[in-house]
Design a protein around this ligand. Sequence first.
Ligand SMILES: Nc1ncnc2c1ncn2[C@@H]1O[C@H](COP(=O)(O)OP(=O)(O)OP(=O)(O)O)[C@@H](O)[C@H]1O
Length: 203
Amino acid sequence: MTLHAIDLSVSRGGVAVLEGLNFSLSPGTALVLRGPNGSGKTTLLRTVAGLQPPLAGRVEGGGEEIAYAAHADGLKAMLSVSENLSFWASVFGTGDIVAALRAFDLEALSDRLAGTLSAGQKRRLGLARLMVTGRAIWVLDEPTVSLDAASVELFAAAVRTHLGQGGSALIATHIDLGLDTELLDVTPFRAVWRASDPDEAFL
Ligand SMILES: Nc1ncnc2c1ncn2[C@@H]1O[C@H](COP(=O)(O)OP(=O)(O)OP(=O)(O)O)[C@@H](O)[C@H]1O
């Protein structure tokens, strides 16, 4: 399923952040978002994932096919690594957690409580969760934060496999993942602050 952003404008706290975005994300492809801090990448991802409505325009073709991974890992601290993955597998109606454990080198940690993991290990578990969702469109916000170089490689390999299986990924990241991706710099789409009409101010 191809995701389309059409004349999309997004806002935060009622203020326009990005305006006039148009892009498509086809099966088997990844699109990397670039832009300085505060430019609106998270806001765009949240809108694409359906967590907030667009200010204008629309997103088509995502819906139930989207798996969103935000800055926070959303783990259950008092469940083990494998229990966390099994929980998400049951929520999404998928079965196999073995491939996800293996892909993110979590097998040796499978019985550890998630709350006792290091930051990078938590992030690996948060990303492994994507694999058990069974969803085709991964929407990822700074997925490599806290990851060491080897773990970044594991993540890049997981994305490569996902794309090879016909999935797609929209990723905000400041680092080069070594993947064959298209880049979208959001900078030219930053909303222009508009002063209100002077007449209006004096009404
Ligand atoms: N809850 C909020 N209320 C009001 N403004 C917000 C809120 N959250 C973020 N913003 C503002 O919205 C703008 C876009 O923020 P956003 O988090 O989308 O940027 P970003 O490109 O993801 O930044 P970074 O690279 O630092 O993660 C920023 O100016 C930010 O200060």
